[in-house]
Design a protein around this ligand. Structure first.
Ligand code: G3P
Length: 232
């Protein structure tokens, strides 16, 4: 099976660029990435993106914190395009599980991307709430976990084995930190990995030999020494 590559970005020009590239199968955004991209009006900015990204799946996240408001936003976001996945955080800012929101939307056939997942317990609760006939993604934040000294692999292994029989439920490796994460995701048979543009570019140069890597490394040091006119 193929581990699909998504680009984790909200910048319009970057989405326009990678939308034409076959290496990228889809996109993920979040409110922080939207802010970073300079979005002022959430809907207008998203619709502008959807004018260039018409087919590849793209996730837009709700930013409400109360279940009722979250549902309202989710229904609106869902109307923006057929390729849209509505991103719902597994819990709200009070730590309350958003199971009722997930269940209602999923039962209505709305494609969801459940985000900010850090434990297998959360995956099992999400899995129970999802309608198995509706396409859904569960996003596990590997990098943020690793940043705090926690191993992301066990939760991926257990989550993938839980969902693998169901074609509609996909596990996504989120919060990618380095190109090697792609190899890890592939070895785990993870359905999707989302990564920043920089890491996608690194993956494009996979396969480089150790010999040329060592020469390129030494060349880099030499170039910088020359640029700084170092003398001894
Ligand atoms: O889009 C969700 C996730 O990939 C965010 O990653 O780099 O902010 O930890 P990061």
């Amino acid at each position: 099976m193929k581990t699909k590559i998504f680009c984790d970005i909200a910048d319009f020009k970057t989405i326009k660029f990678f939308n034409k590239k076959s290496i990228v199968d889809g996109f993920t955004t979040n409110p922080s990435l939207m802010r970073l991209a300079g979005a002022k009006n959430y809907k207008d900015y998203s619709l502008k993106i959807l004018k260039v990204c018409k087919k590849k799946p793209i996730s837009f996240e709700v930013f409400a914190d109360e279940p009722k408001e979250m549902l309202k936003q989710a229904y609106k976001i869902n109307t923006w395009g057929k390729n849209v996945y509505v991103k719902i955080p597994v819990v709200n800012s009070k730590g309350l599980f958003m199971g009722s929101v997930i269940k209602e939307l999923s039962d209505k056939g709305i494609k969801l991307n459940i985000t900010a997942v850090y434990t297998y317990e959360q995956t099992t609760k999400i899995y129970k709430s999802l309608n198995k006939k509706t396409k859904s993604i569960i996003s596990i934040f590997a990098g943020r976990m690793a940043d705090k000294g926690k191993d992301p692999l066990p939760i991926f292994k257990k989550s993938i084995s839980l969902t693998k029989k169901n074609k509609n439920i996909e596990i996504l490796w989120a919060s990618t930190r380095e190109a090697y994460n792609y190899i890890q995701a592939k070895q785990l048979k993870c359905n999707i990995i989302t990564m920043p543009p920089k890491v996608i570019n690194q993956i494009s140069s996979f396969g480089k030999s150790f010999k040329s890597m060592t020469v390129d490394t030494v060349k880099g040091f030499l170039t910088d020494s020359k640029k700084s006119k170092f003398r001894l």
